[in-house]
Every structure is written in structure tokens, then in C-alpha cells.
Design a protein. Structure first.
Lengths: 557, 214, 99
């Protein structure tokens, strides 16, 4: 029996996998299967990603010339606001948690589905409803406040469609909260027998920590937007200084959400990378316990640092001091993670397959982004570079270099599991390297431009900055190609790609013990776990294709 | 245990585990709601710290009778839904009691909304809506009433959702689509209802009590 | 109603327990109403908040049965309060120092 298993033949009657279990459109739109909902999310956020990308392509074209050759400043303002709003709330926040997280969380803990499957589907409907509404509002009317909706500009002066956009973001917040509640309950209640907390894969920990932030921070975003809406529509004077209101209060409420939201975007990325690096280094992850504590620390401390966005807002110096100190502290757990990823590579049998290339790219870009963040946590430097391209470069290193790279890493790593197909590896490697190069070409010059004083969000600029902007725009073109490539070869692989086995990368983890694609209820047997994750073979031994959990599961069947 | 199989949902195999997950899930959601209303109350606190005198003057303009009676109404509805939830947990088969308590709860919720409507009418007649023609001379009194209108309507929306949930529960239980005993939906609805009540418990001193002693 | 005596007993216990809590809530409501009219400066404001905390503790611990709930549920309930406290503390560290 074990022999037939090792040969990849499951001694089970044939049954349809989750993709072939019902093929009508309605069977997709009414599905409560977490794997299908993950696919629905993946299609949705891909559309949003390319919409947001199209907007910023126009912006980068405009910035080729210092004099505003392509568009008016009004349309420029609307385009970068469109880019920010769509990318943050409709791509980055749902990206890894709702696609890979939805797909993998139950598989990784050995559960048949998430705790509340209907809530999961409801959350997707909220996302597309809010997304369609917001895109319509941003295209038909436009918003020029930037994604931050700062008062009093957004509440009193902007004559664009702030109300509609804020309402769309407000609604998608509920989708986020619903997802968070669902994942937290799933992690607590549906772990398979033997799956103790410290046997959870780090990706599960990452999704869990992310969900905590989603549940506890998103309601405050809802309030800050609700207050803006109330002021615009009903004339309630909450942020109107002329009637005693306090516009800085908006920034407190907004950043109480939006700073932790950065960790909503980057924690899942850390989880993905923590799965991929051990697999392609054939090493146990270094310092598993510390990785867990570091993630929880990031999620927790992330709530206490928001004031570093407000050093020049008129906030009291005392508060700035407190927030600056706390912001330095959060660098510690982030550094622990970077050191542990690197240490996991030490003396590993490293192979550079495309997921690993993306993951290593993540580590480098995240480190750069994180270190530049320390500049911004320090008040004197921050005062110098506030609202310059230095800030833009910093957070794009985290969110695009970090999160988006990790999203592509995860896509390539679990693609065979999700679709049952292999993609052309050489194309994937090429795209990964191109993405790394294009990304640095785009954003590295922005550090210099920003440090020299080029402010963000302006549609014209002094001619001395043109060299940086031309480099940046040229890099953006490369980056755009690198993002479009996977769209083509991954789609191609759906039809012509070779069939993927159960575990093409020889990875550990319960998701690799079931067939590719998995059956509707994920497992043909109840998984049981008796060991810690990342149990890769010791040095010198051949890297087997059969994860230990698999053998274990069959023995106890 | 045919009752339990009727209430078992995917992906659960064990009904008590499902119940526990539902209860845990709603508590996590309530933690989220805590921050939702907490952020509103933070807004209030900041404005009140900045403008104490105006808030006292504005607080005096609210009608304390409507406020106090409505607090009593909501506290009583918490009593009835608590009895319903605890009755459903016991094995003594208290179907009639549970349904009656749920009906009373929904009616008390409706009574709250009706009383609130009369209060809103009076506030409008007294020109307590922020904007042109506002009744009070203090600038920041408009802030107080801005908060008042916003937070009471957000609370009323929450309460209306609660009434709808309880009403649906009564409907389902009366038609015997689901059993009463150990029904997790009763417990979950009750927890939500109590939270809406707690929000009002805090709004009462914030809205109706400032400036009464001066 | 196979066992009318037993269910009658349960019903009585149910009502006594909860009516006592309800009476305490009503008493606290009256107390906060009265204390609002006594001029004590800041203590008047504080009394309103403290009584509201007391009332909500009664509801949370007894009506919502948090007192007898599993530790996991208590943890979930606490999580919201902890981060709410952080939000108040850090925001007020700005506001109070700015006045």
C-alpha cells in the first residue's frame, strides 16, 4: 500500500476534483467551497490590479516630461487617487488573504472548509459590489483627495465624488471584517487532530495575525470615512475648524486603521515566503517559535505606531516622541524575520525555481523598504522627507516589492495545487527576474528624487528632477511587462500545461498530501499530525517527494 | 438528537463544536464593534475635552426624559432576550417562554425606535440640527449635535438590524423550521442585542447627562 | 411539557436570576440620573461614566454570561477593549498635550 502511494497512485475510487464538481456559472456564483471562492477572489483582484496599474501607467507617462504635457492637473489628481484607492483596498488588502489564504488555510490545518462558508461567499459579493461601485464612481466622477481622504480638504473643499468613493471603501471594510472573523474562527475551531498551535505552518500564523488586524482596525476606518461622509452630506462639523472641529482627529482615526493595514498587506506576504524558502533550501525554517512571536508582535505593535504619519500635521511634540520611539521598536520583529529567512538558507540545498526567485526578491526588497522606514520613524529626517518621493519609494518597496512579489511567489508555488497544471518554468524565471529589475529601476530613483526634495502628488516638477522621473517611468514599463507575462503563460498553462502531481516541489505541509486539484472536501481521509512543520530531509539525504504527513496520515487511517 | 442534525451545518461534524464556533465568531465580531463605537466615542471625547463649556450647554438641550425612558426600555429588552437565550439553553423545553420573550424583545426594540422618533421630531423643532439656523450660540455646540445625530442614527441602524434578526428568529421558530432547545442562533442574536444595549448604556451619560448640574 | 414541575422550577429560577440583575441595572440608571444633577465638577462627569461601566459589566458578565464563558471567549472580548484603550491613550497623548 505504501508503495502504491509513493508511486502517486491513490487507492481510492475516482471522484471529481473541486474544479469539475459542477461546472455551471451558477455553481460558481453560489459556491460555498473555500477553494472556489478563492478563485473568484483571484479573478476579481486581478481585474482591480490591472485597473489600478492602468491608472498609474498614465501617471508615469505624464511624468516623463516636467511640464505636464499629457493631461490637466485635475485628471492627474484623479488618476493617482484612483491608483491608490483601488490598489490599497481592492487589491492589496484582499490579495493574499482572500486568494491564497482562502484556498490554503483550511487545507493547511486539515479542515474541509472555513468555519462559516456562507459568510465567506457573502464577503466576496460585498467586495465586488463595493469594487464595482467605487470603480464607477472613480471613473465617472473621479476623486482628487488621494487614497488618504485627508480632512478638511476631503470634507470641505474637494468638489469631486468623495462621498461615493468613501462609501465604496466603507462597504469593502465589512467584507474585510467578515473575512477576518471567519479566518480567526477557522484557525481556532477547525484544526485537524494533532495540529497544535506550534505545529501550524507559518502561513497560517500569518493569516491569523492578519485577521486580527482586519477585525480590530477596519471598524475605525469605517468611522473615519463615515465622519467624512457625514460632514459632506449632512454638514456635521466634526472636522471643520471654523466650527470647533479638529481636522487632525481624522488623521488619528484614519491612521489607526491605515498603519496596521500596512501589516494586513505585508504579514501574509511574510507567511508565503516562510513557506517557500524552507522548501527550496530543503531546510527546516530557522527559529520557528521566534517567527511566530515576531508575527504576533508585528500585528500587536503595529497598532501603536500610527502617529509617525503625522509628525508634521500639528500633532503635539510629546505624541510625536512616543510614536517615534514605538516605530523604532517595530523594526525589531521585522528584523528577526529577515535574519531567520537568511539563516534558513544557510547550508541549504538551494534550488532557484521561480517561486524561490520571487521569494528571495521579496526578502531583498522588503529589507530595503524596511530600512528606509527607519529614516521615516526618526522625526528630524521625516520632517525633511515628508510628502516627497522618498515616502513613495519607501512604501512601494514594502507593498509592491514586498507584498506583490510575495503574491506572485505564492501564485507560482501553489499554482500546480490550485489548478493541477504545470506552468513553463523558464518563462516564470524570466518574469521573476524581470520583475525584480523593473521594480528597482522604477523605485530606486524615487528615493533620490525624494531626498533631493521632489514632492509627491504634483503633476509638474522642476526640470532638474527629470532624469529620475525618466528612469522611473522606463522602469515602470519594464515592470508592466513583467506583470503581464504571468497573465499569459499562467493562462496558457491552464489549457496546455502538463499535469501536476500531488507534490511537485517536494514540500511539506498538509496541502501537498491531497490530490492536485484537491477534491471538494479537501481530503479523502481525516489528516492527523504528529510533528512540527518544515520537516525537510536532513542534509545529505535525497529530497523525497512524499511529505511525512502523508505517510503518517495513511498509517493512522 | 434529531434536533441537532437539523441544525448541523457544513463543514461541521460535531454540533457542539459548531455552536462553540458560532459563539466565538460573534464575540470576535463584537470586539470589532467595540472599536467601531469606540472610535465614535473617542471622537466625542476629543471634542468634549477641547470644548467643555459648549458640550455642557448643548447637553442641557437634550430631553432627559426621552433618554432615560429609552435606556430603561433597552435594559428591559436585554432582560427578556437574556431569559430567552438562557431558556433555550436549558433542556426543560421552554419553547413558549422563549418565543414569548423574543416577541417582547422585538416589541421593546420597536418602542425604542418610536420614542426616538418623537425625540428627533422635538430636536428638529428646537432647531438642534447643525448648520444654518442652529439654535445655540456656542460654536462647538454644533459639534455636540453633530455627534448626537450621527451616533444615535448609527445606533438605531444597529438596533433595527437586531429587531430584524429577532423577528426572523420568531418566524423560524414559530414555523418549527428549527428547534428551540440549544438553537445556536438564539444565543448569537442575543449576544448582538446585548452589545447594542451596551452601546446605549454608554451613550446615555455622554448625550443626556452633561451640563445638568450647572 | 412532559415534566411540568421541573420546567416550572427552571422557569422560576430563570426569572429570579435575571430580574435581580435587571433591578440592579434600573437602580444604577436612577443613580446616574440623580448624580448628574449634583454639582461635583469633574466627578459628576466621571460618575456617569463609572456607572455606565458598572452597568455594562453587569450585562457583559451576567446577561452575556462572560463570567462563566470559556477562556477563549473571554480573550476575544478582552481583545477589543485592549486595542480600544490603546487608541484612546495614544490619541489623547496628542490632544491633551496640545491644549
Amino acid at each position: 500500500m505504501t508503495d502504491s502511494l509513493l508511486a502517486g497512485e491513490l487507492p481510492l475510487p475516482p471522484r471529481p476534483d473541486y474544479l469539475r464538481h459542477g461546472s455551471t456559472v451558477w455553481s460558481w456564483l453560489s459556491t460555498t467551497d473555500h477553494k472556489r471562492i478563492a478563485i473568484l477572489y483571484a479573478v476579481t483582484i486581478t481585474i482591480f490590479f490591472f485597473l489600478g496599474g492602468a491608472a498609474i501607467t498614465a501617471v508615469r507617462l505624464e511624468l516623463f516630461q516636467p511640464n505636464g504635457w499629457l493631461m490637466t492637473s485635475d485628471s492627474y489628481n484623479k488618476l493617482f487617487s484612483f491608483h491608490g484607492i483601488i490598489m490599497v483596498w481592492f487589491f492589496l488588502v484582499p490579495s493574499i488573504p482572500n486568494t491564497l489564504g482562502n484556498f490554503l488555510l483550511p487545507l493547511m490545518i486539515g479542515a474541509p472548509d472555513v468555519a462559516f462558508p456562507r459568510l465567506n461567499l457573502f464577503s466576496w459579493y460585498l467586495t465586488i459590489a463595493a469594487g464595482a461601485f467605487t470603480v464607477y464612481a472613480l471613473v465617472a466622477g473621479g476623486v482628487d483627495t488621494g487614497w488618504t481622504f485627508y480632512t478638511p480638504y476631503s470634507s470641505m473643499f474637494s468638489n469631486t465624488h468623495v462621498f461615493a468613493a468613501a462609501a465604496g471603501v466603507f462597504v469593502v471594510g465589512f467584507a474585510s471584517i467578515a473575512t477576518g472573523v471567519n479566518f480567526i474562527a477557522t484557525t481556532h475551531m477547525l484544526r485537524a487532530p494533532g495540529m497544535t498551535w506550534f505545529r501550524l505552518p507559518l502561513f497560517v500564523w500569518a493569516i491569523y495575525a492578519t485577521s486580527l488586524i482586519m477585525v480590530l482596525a477596519t471598524p475605525v476606518l469605517a468611522i473615519s470615512l463615515l465622519l467624512v461622509i457625514a460632514e459632506r452630506v449632512f454638514g456635521l462639523p466634526i472636522f471643520d475648524p471654523a466650527r470647533g472641529g479638529d481636522p487632525i482627529l481624522f488623521q488619528h482615526l484614519f491612521w489607526f486603521y491605515s498603519h496596521p493595514a500596512v501589516y494586513i498587506m505585508v504579514l501574509p506576504a511574510m507567511g508565503v515566503v516562510s513557506e517557500i524558502i524552507p522548501c527550496f533550501a530543503r531546510r527546516r525554517i530557522f527559529g520557528y517559535d521566534f517567527m511566530v512571536y515576531a508575527m504576533l508582535a508585528i500585528a500587536g505593535i503595529g497598532f501603536f505606531v500610527w502617529g509617525h504619519h503625522m509628525f508634521v500635521s500639528g500633532q503635539s511634540p510629546l505624541a510625536s516622541l512616543v510614536f517615534s520611539f514605538l516605530s523604532f521598536i517595530i523594526a525589531v520583529p521585522s528584523a528577526i524575520k529577515v535574519f531567520n529567512w537568511t539563516a534558513s538558507l544557510y547550508r541549504g540545498q538551494i534550488s532557484f525555481e521561480s517561486p524561490m526567485l520571487y521569494a528571495l526578491g521579496f526578502v531583498g526588497l522588503f529589507t530595503t523598504g524596511g530600512l528606509s522606514g527607519l529614516f521615516l520613524a526618526s522625526i528630524p529626517v521625516d520632517v525633511h522627507v515628508t510628502d516627497t518621493y522618498f515616502v513613495v519609494a519607501h512604501f512601494h518597496y514594502i507593498m509592491v516589492g514586498g507584498s506583490v512579489s510575495a503574491f506572485f511567489a505564492g501564485m507560482h508555488f501553489w499554482w500546480p495545487k490550485v489548478t493541477g497544471r504545470r506552468y513553463p518554468e523558464s518563462w516564470a524565471k524570466f518574469a521573476a527576474i524581470l520583475m525584480y529589475a523593473g521594480f528597482n529601476m522604477t523605485f530606486l530613483p524615487q528615493f533620490f528624487a525624494g531626498y533631493l526634495g521632489m514632492p509627491r502628488r504634483y503633476h509638474t516638477y522642476p526640470a532638474e528632477f527629470q532624469i529620475y522621473n525618466v528612469m522611473s517611468s522606463a522602469g515602470a514599463a519594464v515592470l508592466a511587462i513583467a506583470y503581464l507575462l504571468p497573465l499569459f503563460y499562467l493562462t496558457w498553462s491552464l489549457f496546455y500545461g502538463g499535469k501536476a502531481g500531488r507534490n511537485p516541489f517536494g514540500a511539506t505541509g498538509l496541502e501537498w498530501t491531497t490530490s492536485s486539484p484537491p477534491p471538494p472536501k479537501n481530503f479523502d481521509w481525516q489528516p492527523r499530525i504528529d510533528r512540527a512543520p518544515y520537516d525537510y530531509h536532513a542534509e545529505g539525504m535525497s529530497a523525497g517527494t512524499d511529505p511525512p504527513e502523508m505517510q503518517n496520515a495513511k498509517e493512522t487511517q | 438528537m434529531s434536533d441537532e442534525t437539523a441544525m448541523l451545518r457544513e463543514p461541521w461534524v460535531d454540533f457542539s463544536r459548531q455552536r462553540e464556533a458560532g459563539k466565538f465568531g460573534i464575540w470576535v465580531f463584537l470586539a470589532s464593534e467595540t472599536l467601531f463605537f469606540g472610535a465614535l466615542m473617542l471622537t466625542y471625547s476629543v471634542c468634549r475635552i477641547e470644548h467643555p463649556a459648549a458640550f455642557a450647554a448643548a447637553g442641557r438641550e437634550t430631553n432627559i426624559w426621552y433618554g432615560t425612558i429609552n435606556t430603561a426600555v433597552l435594559l428591559t429588552s436585554s432582560l427578556t432576550i437574556a431569559v430567552a437565550a438562557q431558556g433555550a439553553e436549558s433542556y426543560a423545553r421552554l419553547r413558549r417562554l422563549v418565543i414569548a420573550c423574543l416577541v417582547v424583545t422585538a416589541l421593546l426594540g420597536l418602542a425604542f425606535i418610536v420614542i426616538k422618533g418623537f425625540e428627533y421630531k422635538e430636536d428638529m423643532d428646537k432647531h438642534l440640527v447643525p448648520g444654518a439656523g442652529f439654535a445655540l450660540p456656542e460654536r462647538a455646540a454644533q459639534l455636540f449635535f453633530g455627534f448626537y445625530w450621527l451616533v444615535t442614527s448609527v445606533h438605531a441602524i444597529h438596533l433595527s438590524i437586531g429587531i430584524a434578526l429577532v423577528g426572523r428568529l420568531v418566524w423560524v421558530l414559530l414555523r418549527r423550521e428549527l428547534p428551540v432547545t440549544e438553537n445556536p442562533e438564539i444565543e448569537v442574536t442575543a449576544l448582538y442585542w446585548h452589545l447594542v444595549d451596551i452601546v446605549w448604556i454608554f451613550l446615555y451619560p455622554l448625550i443626556y447627562l452633561p451640563g445638568r448640574s450647572s | 411539557m412532559s415534566e411540568p414541575d421541573k420546567s416550572g422550577l427552571t422557569v422560576r429560577r430563570l426569572w429570579t436570576r435575571n430580574l435581580v440583575i435587571w433591578a440592579a441595572l434600573m437602580a444604577l440608571l436612577l443613580l446616574s440620573l440623580v448624580s448628574a444633577y449634583i454639582p461635583m465638577g469633574r466627578i459628576t462627569t466621571a460618575s456617569g461614566i463609572v456607572i455606565a461601566i458598572a452597568k455594562s459589566m453587569l450585562v457583559v458578565l451576567l446577561f452575556m454570561e462572560l463570567a462563566s464563558a470559556r477562556p477563549l471567549i473571554r480573550l476575544a472580548a478582552m481583545a477589543g477593549l485592549v486595542f480600544l484603550a490603546a487608541m484612546f491613550a495614544l490619541t489623547l497623548s496628542d490632544i491633551l498635550a496640545r491644549l
